[in-house]
Design a protein around this ligand. Structure first.
Ligand SMILES: [Zn+2]
Length: 112
């Protein structure tokens, strides 16, 4: 394994740890209590806050899944190869997003 890839793996592992810590410190949100308050406006705000919290948590979990998959690709020896077209992912892109599963061309065509 190239030295450059080792550094990226280290970064991925650090990111994984950070995300896992974030998930642990985020309070578990229960949506079941919404609608039992006295004021409609308060309920709406409360529900909104919870939705925000939930989507944040989902983002963290989604990110963690991406990092996990990138680490799996390390084990399989396919790290740095686009999962869609099989081309090598640009080194600059991997430095920016170490868990990137797609090359810039595929990422662009998918986000369209
Ligand atoms: Zn690609």
């Amino acid at each position: 394994m190239a030295v450059r890839q080792k550094a990226l793996k280290k970064r991925l592992l650090a990111k994984k740890e950070q995300l896992e810590a974030q998930i642990k410190t985020t309070p578990t949100v229960s949506v079941t209590n919404v609608g039992y308050g006295n004021h409609m406006a308060d309920d709406a705000t409360f529900a909104y806050e919870q939705t925000k919290e939930l989507s944040l948590q989902q983002n963290v979990k989604g990110l963690l899944a991406q990092v996990d998959r990138a680490l799996q690709r390390f084990d399989q020896g396919t790290y740095g190869v686009c999962v869609s077209c099989g081309q090598c992912i640009d080194a600059a892109r991997l430095r920016a997003i170490a868990y990137a599963p797609l090359c810039i061309t595929c990422a662009r065509s998918q986000s369209r």
